[in-house]
Design a protein around this ligand. Sequence first.
Ligand code: FAD
Length: 382
Amino acid sequence: MAALPADDHGFRLQVRAWLEANFPHELRFPTRRLDFRRSMDWHRKLAAQGWVAPGWPREYGGMGLSAYQQVIFSEELDRAGIVVIPNFGITMLGPLLIRFGTEQQKAYYLPRILSGEDLWCQGYSEPGAGSDLASLRTSAELDGDHWVVNGQKIWTTMAQQATHIFLLVRTDRTVKKQRGISFLLVPMDSPGITVRPIDNIDGYSEFAEVFFDDVRVPRDAMVGEVNQGWSMAKALLGSERILLGSPKLAKFPLQRLEALAHTLGLFEDPVFRDRYVTLAMEVEDMVALYVRLLEVLRRGESLGEEVSVLKLAVTELFQRVTDLLLEAAGEYGATDAVLQLSDGSTLKPVNPYYLSRPATIYGGSSEVQRNILAKALLRLPG
Ligand SMILES: Cc1cc2nc3c(=O)[nH]c(=O)nc-3n(C[C@H](O)[C@H](O)[C@H](O)COP(=O)(O)OP(=O)(O)OC[C@H]3O[C@@H](n4cnc5c(N)ncnc54)[C@H](O)[C@@H]3O)c2cc1C
């Protein structure tokens, strides 16, 4: 990876210039986010530049960016209109392997995640095990040198395009439910796996059901010890929540709202202006909180339950921003219309609205975050 300027402003300008020169214009501000297939060429370009994994340490092929630089990097992606479904290998599995994987697992999997050769999906949720994830029933039983997996996962984002899935599986039914869970790595082309895509409200299938019928995986495909899966997954929940609580979720549609408002002349209206500025100030509050929490992670400390404040506040703010976006679009908000904006970009107002709806469900619903905060921070009875 080429050396990057140490000062934040220089770093920002260099990232901006490179994105400007390298991200294809026709893919900017897409009317729906780019899936694994549509973003693969872009992933390879980032990989060649050494810029796929901003938060990973450099020794594993990441950019080793400071917390604040990660925010800058993400802001510049937004500025350039780069909207891609998160790569779960980069955001979730990589950090888990770096922390808990064997040297062999790290050496094998991490470069394949970076190159885009392996595309991972996350197999945690099941029918009957979402908020109460520890009730999961998909099982893995040892048979000689193989684990044999049986059961079903659901809401698995991008299962239909992924090459691999990381799974939480039950390996012991006799102990407390959290203690009998393990973490397995499974190729999606293993015999016995069936993927059934689920259409979302937008008419696309971004997620799927995944069925496992006597699927055999080698014994060394387990990360960590048998029955240690829950504590490993939990150790990374903080980093998942901080990712899902990234203020870019709200900041990006706010920028689109601003472009729409300029196009329709809405800033002339003092009521609209007031509503817009209130949301913009809330977004900046979230950025400040986010940077503070990233700094905690950067110091190598774990995030406490306070990270739930971020996930809760940002996802609900995301919805309020897209509510106003839809309202501001007037009659176009209720149709499939793709608007041409005065800054040259296009916008389908209903898409950010749709995208914001499940944000208060995945990664721990708002109700669950409130329960956590009530118990851990406010010390209310459980
Ligand atoms: C767009 C999207 C993508 C997803 N991608 C993935 C993925 O890639 N991989 C994966 O494993 N999962 C994924 N999920 C699943 C997600 O993690 C679950 O939907 C989530 O954990 C909630 O579980 P559930 O859907 O079973 O709802 P439930 O847990 O059944 O909850 C239903 C309702 O009850 C409320 N509730 C539940 N328990 C409590 C309680 N104790 N107190 C108060 N209220 C409660 C919830 O807040 C919710 O309103 C995705 C979900 C969505 C929407």
